[in-house]
Design a protein around this ligand. Structure first.
Ligand code: SF4
Ligand code: SF4
Ligand code: SF4
Length: 238
């Protein structure tokens, strides 16, 4: 009995933490060894932590809870290095998926069809002997870019897809995806907007997914200006 209680206390001690956030990077980003990794991103974790720590969220959370911060109280950020989403960005408060979106240079395309074979999404077909990409199907994994022998595919945009408001718990919900692919500085800006929205609506026990469900994902992008007093964006790393 006493042994069980001690064990339970040890377990609770382990899962309790004073951090107001948790950041999960997929194995590919951490190791740099996954063949699916779209691009390496030095100091990403530090930049994400800076945004969270400077947002006021840690102070708000610490001042709102009677006891220690538990994992469910933390603001979660999950980053994946490709659309496979191994770090489960779909159930994080903010999920980030690296993305590289191709475009076709018509004058270089020979219609060889190599890119069709490389695309697992069936997002490429040939029209009048030229490759054509269906933006609705393309997941921006970048595989076709490596497959083209003519250099006829080029990265039209590279950065992050953002998913907001995912969670598990009693009422699970998959995150909503925001439109577009964002450069690193812009992704950090949107993360800060998410935190501001959460802070302004926070009450103990509230998960960000509930805020997104109540207010709509569109609100996240429009929420508050991030220019400093000189009109510059606060985060401009990329
Ligand atoms: S999400 Fe992609 S890059 Fe990251 S570990 Fe999984 S397959 Fe590799
Ligand atoms: S980026 Fe990926 S999903 Fe998009 S067309 Fe190329 S291979 Fe297909
Ligand atoms: S692999 Fe390159 S050259 Fe061949 S069809 Fe695709 S885009 Fe055109």
């Amino acid at each position: 009995m006493v042994k069980n209680r001690r064990k339970r206390n040890q377990h609770e001690e382990r899962v309790m933490t004073h951090k107001a956030h948790r950041i999960k990077l997929c194995w590919g980003i951490e190791s740099g060894e996954c063949p699916n990794l779209i691009f390496s991103e030095p100091e990403l974790q530090q930049d994400l932590e800076s945004v969270i720590e400077e947002s006021g969220w840690p102070e708000l959370l610490a001042g709102s809870l009677p006891g220690k911060i538990k994992p469910l109280d933390q603001f979660s950020v999950s980053v994946s290095g490709c659309p496979n989403g191994c770090s489960r960005p779909q159930i994080a408060d903010v999920g980030l998926l690296q993305a590289k979106k191709p475009a076709v240079a018509g004058d270089l395309c020979t219609g060889c069809g190599e890119c069709l074979q490389a695309c697992r999404e069936g997002a490429i077909d040939l029209q009048a002997g030229l490759a054509r990409i269906d933006p609705e199907r393309c997941l921006a994994c970048g595989h076709c870019l490596q497959a083209c022998p003519e250099g006829a595919l080029w990265p039209d945009s590279q950065g992050y897809r953002l998913q907001v408001g995912g969670k598990l718990g009693r009422h699970p919900r998959l995150a909503d995806e925001l439109p577009g692919i964002q450069a690193r500085w812009r992704m950090l800006e949107i993360l800060e907007r998410c935190l501001r929205l959460h802070i302004d609506n926070y009450r103990p026990g509230l998960r960000f997914g509930r805020v997104v469900a109540e207010q709509g994902a569109g609100q996240v992008q429009q929420y508050s200006s991030l220019e400093d007093e000189n009109g510059r964006l606060k985060y401009s790393h990329g």
